[in-house]
Ligand binder design. Structure first.
Ligand SMILES: [Zn+2]
Length: 451
């Protein structure tokens, strides 16, 4: 796919984009291996961006923030206006090469598909931002608000690059008008009874918490156990943390999603979605009955991920522990979640400790000029797609900006089938060239309409 500008010069060349993305994929910026393998691939990646996007690097001011944060500033005609921040991360998760059809760091291109780790998460989304800026600069365009490009190299390890960049805005007293990061995508049939293409735009994200449960008990011989052993006590505690530990409550991002998606449903499905979209209470009651994914939209989830205890088959354990992974719905807090788990476990001999956590983000509005600008950009790039709000289940770098910026959205303007979405953090991750072209169109439209 190549699109021509009115004067006949090809401005968007999908093949060239695919080649550039392949070069990005070939640099193994695996942040989980940073400590052991060093930062060379990350430095090489930043140098590669300079080679691939000369106009961007010629016109935009550049700043390194922390070791892995890169911030580029495109000055506008209105320096007093609140700026826009377009975010992406250039680190990736590891890939088990044996399971892949094409080696994950080869950047193999075939029949329009670019294969490799990071194609969707998040080098493809990073590329389309730069393609838009580079092509607009080639047309001598100047934006009406400052546009910042915020690229982090440690998102996948919950690192500090994006946090440092967000902090630099706060330190300078600058509140962005709009922040856009990864999250939703252009998808087909987002719910069983909803057909057609939808652009899922995340209004917020769930929080997360890791909680350690631990228990000490008198050691002794396993032939004469006295009551519950530490292992049994931890087992009982984990068993008490059923899904109903956290009561369902539908966040606004979810009821708004149902309202909007009801437009694309037919018959009884449409009536059901409309009804649910009108009542946070009903949605909270209904979705957990649909299945675990639907339930996760309306409540804090808890999963025991590790359990440990004991030293020998015939020795009573003196201690045991378990780790819980929680995903918090907007409105809940990490501290409140620890207290609720403690009450549910109801055992004075079990200690609970919050190992790490981050509260859920606020929810950005599903209307207003910023959401409208995103919806317009969707219409320009994916005319068939219905822009719909939703709640992101995973953590993103955007959460650092969401602490102080009111309009932070999570959407990558790439088409992702259900199979492609499973390939993120899985095997055979790939993106289609048409999507790269449309994603570039999305950002061009967005940047041109920052009023
Ligand atoms: Zn990502």
């Amino acid at each position: 796919m190549a699109l021509d500008s009115p004067n006949g010069t090809p401005v968007l060349d999908g093949h060239a984009m695919a080649e550039r993305l392949a070069r990005m994929i070939q640099l193994p910026t695996v942040s989980a291996e940073l400590a052991e393998r060093g930062s060379d691939p990350f430095e090489d990646f930043i140098s590669l961006l300079r080679d691939l996007y000369p106009l961007t690097h010629g016109h935009l001011e550049q700043e390194r923030i922390g070791e892995l944060g890169l911030l580029l500033r495109w000055r506008s005609t209105a320096p007093e206006a609140d700026p826009v921040v377009l975010m992406a991360h250039f680190d990736v998760v590891p890939a088990d090469e044996a399971a892949w059809t094409h080696p994950p760091f080869s950047g193999h291109i075939e029949e329009g598909w670019v294969h490799g780790r990071g194609a969707l998460d998040d080098k493809g989304p990073l590329l389309v931002i730069l393609e838009a800026v580079e092509t607009l600069l080639a047309e001598d365009f100047t934006p009406e608000r400052d546009v910042f490009l915020s690229f982090g190299g440690d998102e996948e390890i919950y690192g500090s690059a994006a946090a440092g960049i967000a902090q630099s805005f706060q330190d300078r007293g600058v509140t962005p008008w709009l922040v856009l990061d990864e999250g939703g995508a252009v998808v087909e049939a987002p719910l069983p009874m909803v057909s057609g293409q939808t652009a899922m735009i995340g209004l917020g994200e769930k929080g997360l918490a890791s909680i350690r449960l631990s228990c000490s008990a008198d050691a002794g011989h396993a032939s004469a156990p006295d009551g519950l052993t530490a292992v049994a006590r931890i087992g009982r505690a984990v068993g008490r943390l059923t899904p109903s530990t956290f009561p369902p409550k539908a966040p606004e991002a979810v009821t708004r999603m149902l309202q909007v998606l009801s437009e694309r449903a037919t018959g009884p499905g449409q009536r059901a979605l409309k009804l649910l979209g009108s009542s946070s209470f009903l949605t909270g009651q209904a979705l957990p009955r649909v299945g675990p994914e639907a339930a996760a939209l309306v409540r804090t989830t808890v999963a025991a991920t590790r359990i440990e205890g004991g030293t020998a088959d015939n020795v009573l354990p003196s201690s045991a522990s378990a780790v819980l992974n929680l995903r918090l719905i907007p409105g809940d807090t990490t501290e409140g979640a620890v207290e609720r788990a403690r009450n549910r476990i109801d055992d004075a001999l079990i200690d609970l400790e919050l190992i790490s956590g981050s509260d859920p983000s606020p929810q950005s509005p599903a209307e207003g000029p910023q959401f409208h600008a995103l919806a317009e950009a969707v219409r320009a790039s994916y005319p068939e797609a219905l822009p719909a709000p939703y709640l992101m289940m995973q953590a993103s770098d955007a959460r650092h900006f969401h602490r102080f910026a009111p309009a932070v959205y999570r959407f990558a303007p790439l088409e992702m089938s259900a199979e492609q979405r499973r390939s993120i953090h899985g095997v055979d991750e790939r993106v289609h060239t048409d999507s790269l072209v449309r994603g570039t169109l999305f950002h061009r439209q967005l940047i041109r309409n920052l009023l």
